[in-house]
Structures are given as structure tokens and as C-alpha cells.
Write a protein that binds this ligand. Sequence first.
Ligand code: SF4
Ligand code: SF4
Length: 464
Amino acid sequence: MQPHTTPHDEAGSFYAKHKKVYPREVHGIFATFRTLGVLILLGSYYFVPWLSWEGHQAVLFDLPARKFYIFGLIFWPQDFFYLAALLIIAAFALFFFTALAGRLWCGYACPQTVWTEAFLWIERKVEGDRNKQIKLDNAPLSRVKFSRKFLKHFLWISFSLWTGFTFVGFFTPILDLAKEIYTLNLGSWETFWVLFYGFATYGNAGWMREQVCIYMCPYARFQSAMFDKDTLVISYDKTRGDPRGSRKKSADPRAMALGDCVDCTLCVQVCPTGIDIRDGLQYQCIGCAACIDVCNEVMAKMDYPRSLIKYTTQHAIDGFQTNLLRPRVIIYAILLTIISGSLIYSISTRLPLKLDILRDRNTLYRVTPEGKIENSYTLKMINMDKIPHHYTLSVAGVTGINIIMRSTDILINAGDSLVLPVQLAVDPANLPGLSQKISFTLTATDNPKLSLTQTGAFVGPRTH
Ligand code: SF4
Ligand code: SF4
């Protein structure tokens, strides 16, 4: 990869002067994929919090109650390993797709790309195409310029605040949140996060855009470590395109000693990071393929073959066979399949019941007036099901063990937990040793399959 230098580097300065990038609108197959990505991803983001599922918000990360609702499944802090598995899957998916197809994530699915696309769309609707935007920026302040800029920023800020509101709506029931805003009763934390997330969206997608990818994103820096010579990259075919030069459509480029590049610079004009792909692979390239689309249009107009700029690999450029199924790709794919399969299996067979047993640590045991040995426990039970259940508790491990508790019928509501103090009493004659392994079994009375057993210890006095 080549270091990024621009004609705007100033002698004596460590920094390149920032030049605003005005990406030209582009049409084509990859632009369609990107638009579809934007519609699906942003559509899901703004729509999902409004969905209702079995009486509550379909996706809600209820932090105060420490419950995560995801389409009928309820996750508790005890389910943390699912989140860990999900993060591992995301990491392997990123490794896999990057090794296979380069910066697919950056070009089509990264929130920075997706929101920037939406902001660019608003900008074009208000200020016009690239040339009109440049003209407007260079024009002196006038009523028209002020009103266009004001409208653009008003729309950007409104969209950003809606984004912040939606973000908070994943953590606070969105209908309550809307009511709180409507009645001007929004809490201080919610206000902070709506404004913070809204401000971050406005700043990143409206103002900073490509600078986030070039200077701030860590992935842009280390993704080259995942590349090899068989990774798909976007590349300009120098052998075919050079020497570059303008010519008439009817002209014979070979007679003029020219390659196929007509030097129209459209590939630079559509680039959201403002680079020239003809200078070779650069880390600023986010792999959006806008230059492929526009160059294909130019090639079609000139009646030249397409794909002067194309998805290819370093091996293909060097004249070797591309090998897509490399060991690292196969290993990532296998790991991804195993971990994803295990996660799906684990969630689909998950028992919606949790039982934790805590022995009273202050007193080892107590001798009752009847001469029995008594141990105290605290049982924490969680009903993670969508319906309430009545449960019974049984204990095994010592002959003649008695359970002493408030009620033998344990009712736990859907998605609720219960802390229950329990005492166990045993005739010392039945205690074979100092500490005896016992097991608690909690069983739903309406569904015997909904049964969970946990082990604990029963402690008694020394018998000899
Ligand atoms: S769009 Fe294609 S023809 Fe035009 S300058 Fe870029 S590479 Fe050359
Ligand atoms: S060089 Fe091409 S693929 Fe890379 S960011 Fe620019 S337009 Fe997108």
C-alpha cells in the first residue's frame, strides 16, 4: 500500500491540509447493492424498536431490570456467554469476509458508510449534485446559500436526533420514551444519550465522513494484516489503462499510443475518500466499488470492454491463478460454522429456568430442639419462560432429609426471579460424614420436562 499524499501537503507541515470531498452520485450494480444495504440496515434500525412481540417490545435491552428481550427470548446476566459467543462469531465473520473479499464491511455495512450515504442523499436533495455543491460552497453568502445550508443542517440535525432517540429506544421502551418527549418529561440520562448519539451521528456522517475511515477507524489500520495475495481488492488495470489520455470515441487509442483510460477523472470524483484508485491500492480505499460502477459507464459509452477498474486479487494482477479456498479461509469458515451452530443449538435447547444455591456461610449447621442437624440455604430461581410456572422443590442425597420452607408451592411469574430461604434438617444418624453432597431439583408442576437439578453440600458435626 502506498502512503497517502495529496497535492495539498504543505512544506514544513506534518499534516495534509484537509480538502472537502464532494462525492459524485453514481449508478450501477454495486451502487444498487450499497443502496439496498442502506435501506435494509437503516430500515431495520429505525423500525425494529417499534415492533411488539408477545406483549412487550420485540428488542429491548432493559438494563435496570437486567433483562434483554430479543424476539420472544429473554436473556439474563447469567446468559452472558451467549453475548461472548456472539462477539466471537462477529470477529470470525469479519476475519472470514475480509480474507475472502477485502473491505466488504467498510464498503457496504459499516454504520459510518451507511449513515454517510443517508447524509449524502439529503445533501444532494437540498444542494444539488456535486458541481452545484462546489459552486454553492465557493459562492459568497447570499439568501439562497444561507437558506440551502440552513435547510440541510436542519434536516441533518433532525435525522440525527431521530437516530439518537431510536438508539435510546433500544434501552428504554420506545413508546414510553416518545410519551416522555411529548410531555417534556424526558429523564436526564435519556436526554444525555439522545443528544450524545445524535451529535455523534451528525458529526461523523455530516462533517467528518471519510476522515473517520482514514484517521480514526482502527479496522482500517489492521485489516491489511488479514489480506493476502488472494484477497479480493478493487484495482485499476494499469496494463490496459495506461498511457491515459482523452480522445474522441471514434479515435483508435492504439494509433494514438493510448490505453483504455480516457482520463475523465470520474473515478476520483465518485470516490467518497477522495483518492485516485489509479495510483494503486491504498489504505484509504473503503472498497465501496463506486469507481468500478462509474468506470464501467465510461467504458460502455466508449464501446470499450468493461472492468478497467474491477474486483480482482494481487495474484491475478501478477498473472497467477487466484486461490479463493485458502487454508485460513477454510479454517475461519469451519470455526464460524461450529461456533454459530453451537450457539443456535444452545439457544434453541436452552432450559428457561435457572437455579442458584447459596449455603449460609455464617453458621455451618444448627442442632434443632428435636436433635436434628439443620443447614440453611438461599435459593435464587429465575423463570425465563414466557408464562408463569408453579414449581416443586425436592432434595436428594441424604436419607430422610426434610425441607423446611414457607410453602411447597413455588410460583414464579414469567421473566421473574425469586429468592427463597430454605432449611434442610437431617437425623444425625443418617449423616455418614462431615460434609455430604446433596442435590436440589426444581420442577414445574405443569411441565415435568422443565426441571433443573443443582448440587450443594450438607454439613454436619464430626461423628467420631
Ligand atoms: S473512470 Fe475509468 S476511464 Fe475515467 S479516469 Fe477513471 S479509470 Fe480512467
Ligand atoms: S477507490 Fe474506489 S472503491 Fe476505493 S473508496 Fe474510492 S471509489 Fe470506493
